[in-house]
Design a protein around this ligand. Structure first.
Ligand code: NOJ
Length: 577
């Protein structure tokens, strides 16, 4: 398949690398808008707010699972892959969502939890009652729970073993997550076939991509640790081949909470590709570490490590999502420091992480919220926002597990924050009523009415990012600075192939971030740009230029950032909304 030829789909003209330039927005159907007053968000509600998302500048929605499910793990416990939870709506409404999103040039990514099902799934019910029947081998059964002792437990707060005993079949079954989520047995070719058919079912409805939930854990073996084992990659190559041949332009996104090199394996190679995108788990906690330590070194180190990835592959950058802020990718020393800064109340912790939202983590500091978003929108990769973070929504740590940050979206200061007309007691979760983040203060309506609100600020930055394809498509080089609190890198893009909407203008952007809690002066060194001028990407103001040695000294306010166009002012400036 050629990666430069545009792909035509009904209602969409597809740039094959659309996912590299897109701004993604994770939205829980349950938490966004309740259209029928039953206390639970639904597809019709989500459809009714597509205009808001379009206004914000969102290009693609990532929607966590909305399949039929007992909802014991936020829908990641699927009981039927081909139907929708009735309280969320119908397949027809989902089809309408896809159509209406496409009409706005917005794409839909859905979640596919393919490692496990709910124990309520018909396959599991049959598997436990009829070991010799057609589903007998759909799950990972064993006579002992002592197999694979080296496979780590993920939900450390809830599970003591990866095995659970089934009293009906009188055998143990394997589960990487909750014990009500038995792992599918990928050694059975029929299981892989089922997943291929489910993929076809949803992509045929026009879905633009799948987030592959818990994808490292598909296969286990006596030799490995159950994470990214070779047959898992073989399976992904087949899945990618299916997508490329039958549904060109659709994407696979890997959720693999691993180190960069291991995550990169999920991209596959140019010849044998696997996923188009993968979330960047290592960079995320380091942003939070730097914000408190005032040290940029760990970010500099991680970003300086070169990880070869296929030309078309892209990272998914995120600050928060529907899960805990996972601290699995940091050292024990850093983890303890971060617990101290960000989870000083034990209720803020869960598993190996912190169950809080962005604004509460950053103590509602506008400077920190801006700095964190500036990183989100300029690091190499595509940004993934989490619903509500654009208005600085709070959380509720008194709710169980990760529900702390899955409360209803706050639209207005009215009853139930404008999320639902139901009796407040009937809501799937209560709206946030804390002192600082109370829905009467933090809501979309009031932020729309304030031109300097976080919402307007985030929208503006999104539009600046989108005016510069360099952020999505360009390379990144970390550059030297003489200040320990500063991260500086240059994003460079040679220009789109002529004939595309971006023409062929090369562009270099210097991005500088100060994590210092006081103003500083910093000298940045980038010899390859010696003598070049610098212009602020937002307002176009001329900055001190790089001298003949490629050095420039700038002053920065506390926790400030700059995005500076390198070169002549005639190109790329400012083309913002
Ligand atoms: C990752 C999902 O993000 C999380 O919410 C879920 O609990 C686990 N996978 C298990 O499906």
């Amino acid at each position: 398949m050629s990666f430069t030829a545009p792909i035509q789909l009904p209602g969409l003209t597809l740039d094959p690398l659309w996912y590299r330039r897109s701004v993604f927005y994770e939205v829980l159907v349950r938490g966004f808008v309740d259209s029928n007053g039953d206390g639970t968000g639904d597809l019709a509600g989500l459809i009714s707010r597509l205009d808001y998302l379009q206004w914000l500048g969102v290009d693609a929605l990532w929607i966590p699972p909305f399949f039929n499910s007992p909802l014991r793990d936020g829908g990641y416990d699927v009981s039927d892959y081909r139907s929708i939870l009735p309280e969320f709506g119908t397949l027809d409404e989902f089809q309408e969502l896809v159509t209406k999103a496409h009409e706005r040039n917005m794409r839909i990514i859905m979640d596919l939890p393919l490692n496990h099902t709910s124990d309520q799934h018909e396959w599991f019910q049959q598997s436990r009652s009829d070991p010799d029947g057609p589903y007998g081998d759909y799950y990972v059964w064993s006579d002992t729970d002592e197999k694979w002792p080296d496979i780590r437990i993920i939900f450390t707060d809830y599970e003591e073993s990866n095995w659970a005993f089934d009293s009906e079949r009188r055998q143990f079954y394997f589960h990487r997550f909750f014990s009500h989520q038995p792992d599918l047995n990928y050694n059975n070719p029929a299981v892989a076939e089922e997943i291929f058919e489910i993929t076809r079912f949803w992509l045929s409805m026009g879905v633009d991509g799948l987030r592959l939930d818990a994808v490292p854990y598909l296969y286990e073996s006596d030799e490995g640790n159950g994470e990214g084992e070779p047959p898992t990659h073989e399976f992904l190559k087949k899945l990618r081949n299916l997508v490329d041949t039958e549904f060109p332009g659709r994407v696979l996104i890997a959720e693999a909470n691993q180190w960069p090199r291991e995550v990169a394996a999920f991209f596959g190679t140019d010849e044998e590709p696997e996923c188009h995108m993968a979330f960047d788990f290592p960079v995320m906690p380091r942003i939070f570490y730097s914000l408190r330590s005032q040290q940029a070194d760990e970010l500099v180190r991680v970003l300086s490590e070169t990880t070869d990835i296929p030309e078309t592959a892209g990272w998914g950058i995120f600050l928060r999502n529907h899960d805990e802020l996972t601290l699995e990718m940091v050292s024990e020393e850093y983890r303890q420091a971060m617990y101290g800064w960000y989870a000083y109340d034990p209720r803020m912790r869960v598993n190996v992480g912190i169950r809080r939202r962005l604004a509460t983590l950053l103590d509602n500091s506008r400077a920190e919220l801006e700095l964190a978003h500036a990183l989100l929108f300029s690091l190499p990769g595509s940004p993934f926002l989490y619903y509500g973070d654009e208005i600085g929504m709070g959380d509720n740590i008194w709710l169980p597990d990760r529900d702390a940050s899955r409360t209803p979206m706050q639209w207005t200061p009215d009853r139930n924050a404008g999320f639902s007309s139901a009796d407040p007691g009937k809501l799937y979760l209560p709206v946030v009523q804390s002192l600082v983040y109370n829905y009467s203060l933090v809501n979309v309506e009031s932020q729309l009415a304030q031109s300097r609100s976080l919402l307007h600020w985030v929208r503006n930055v999104i539009h600046v990012r989108k005016a510069h394809p360099t952020f999505g498509l360009g390379s990144m080089t970390v550059v030297d600075s003489d200040h320990e609190s500063v991260l500086a890198f240059v994003r460079s893009y040679e220009g789109a192939a002529s004939g595309t909407q971006f023409g062929d203008a090369p562009e270099n952007v210097l991005c500088v971030f100060s994590f210092a809690h006081n103003p500083i002066s910093v000298t940045i060194r980038a010899p390859e740009h010696a003598g070049s001028d610098l212009y602020d990407l937002f307002g176009g103001a001329k900055f001190p230029a790089f001298d003949e040695n490629g050095e420039v000294t700038i002053t920065m306010g506390s926790q400030q950032f700059f995005w500076l166009h390198i070169g002549t002012p005639s190109r790329g400036l400012p083309r913002t909304a």
